[in-house]
Design a protein around this ligand. Structure first.
Ligand SMILES: Cc1cccc(C(=O)O)c1OC(=O)C1CC1
Ligand SMILES: [Zn+2]
Length: 317
């Protein structure tokens, strides 16, 4: 809409007070932030499956109802993710040309999913047992937005090893975003919105993929056809390598010196942006990550040594 920028306030899915940019047009305040790129827009699907739904409109610029929470989180977490990519890597939205960030909340009924549909992020409400409102987690929002960035950069085909790299890159940069602009950092994925009745668990673990039945070594990879050839399963092997690079640790007898979370993110972001292609496999990922570490820190740097060791530890050569 055309209008005037205001600062709205509201309560997010996790119960925290938030402020965010809105646009006033006529007698409504819309969840439209016109201060970032071509705008950040949050829509309401009203528990149906027609997309995008209607631009979120509020009468008093105060979003404190239970129904408002999913929209507050989607808008705030999209804003934080936009700022993370702009401030950390100099990337202006997913196309690096300020593309509008569109999110839809209250999609369908009790929908336990979130996805990037090629032009927008879409979040279900969850069933309240397995998931609560999925826009409530910064690492989930950053995961979905990173799928968009992957489409505009490496274009990793969403199946088998290239698909597992696609998934891992979204988990990795979603976790780096949580470390950089979030709260309560950990190496779990989706912990803030997964099983609201159970503390300390997540959808996946980067530190210990096996805790959720995912492989943590190439010898344990899934070779079946489920899940597009295991894209959310074999991502555990790459997630473990990234964890070891960022945090350090010993795995199957290989010790890796950590380089820090932000340096690990810089290395993987460069690999995604410069070296990975639609058909990259795990072996070419190793080459891309090692080369990126060399480019950023030097051919004989500790970071380059750790990058190589992190892949030794998970059996990727
Ligand atoms: C919950 C869910 C279901 C299916 C696909 C995805 C997907 O986006 O790959 C998905 O979202 C995530 O994995 C986010 C990170 C927790
Ligand atoms: Zn994903």
């Amino acid at each position: 809409v055309t209008g005037t920028t205001y600062t709205g306030t509201g309560i997010d899915v996790l119960g925290y007070s938030q402020t965010f940019k809105t646009t006033k047009s006529g007698s409504y305040y819309y969840l439209q932030d016109s201060t970032r790129g071509k705008g950040i827009y949050t829509y309401d699907a009203k528990n149906r499956t027609t997309l995008p739904g209607s631009l979120w409109a509020d009468v008093d610029n105060v979003l404190n109802t239970t129904y408002d929470r999913a929209a507050v989180s989607a808008h705030v977490n999209a804003t934080k993710t936009y700022d993370f990519y702009k401030n950390t890597y100099g990337r202006n939205s997913y196309d690096n040309a300020g593309a509008a960030l569109n999110s839809t909340v209250h999609y369908s009924r009790s929908y336990n999913n979130a996805f990037w549909d090629g032009s927008k992020m879409v979040y279900g409400d969850g069933d309240g047992q397995t998931f609560t409102y999925l826009s409530g987690a910064l690492d989930v929002v950053a995961h979905e937005l990173t799928h968009a960035i992957t489409e505009y950069t490496a274009g990793l085909i969403y199946q088998n090893e290239s698909g597992a790299i696609n998934e891992a890159v979204s988990d990795i940069l979603g976790t780096v975003a949580e470390y950089s602009v979030g709260t309560n950092f950990d190496w779990l994925v989706g912990e803030d919105i997964y099983t609201p009745g159970v503390a300390g668990d997540g959808l996946r673990s980067m530190a210990n993929p096996a805790a959720y039945g995912d492989p943590d070594h190439y010898s344990k990879r899934y070779t079946g056809t489920q899940d597009n050839g295991g894209v959310h399963i074999n991502s555990g092997i790459v997630n473990k390598a990234a964890y070891l690079l960022g945090n350090g640790g010993s795995h199957y007898g290989v010790s890796v010196q950590g380089v820090g979370v932000m340096a690990m993110g810089d290395i993987y972001y460069r690999a995604l942006n410069v070296y990975l292609t639609p058909t990259s496999n795990f072996s070419s990922l190793r080459q891309a990550v090692v080369q990126s570490a060399k480019d950023l820190y030097g051919a004989t740097s500790p970071q380059a040594v750790s990058a190589a060791k992190s892949f030794d530890a998970v059996g990727i050569y």
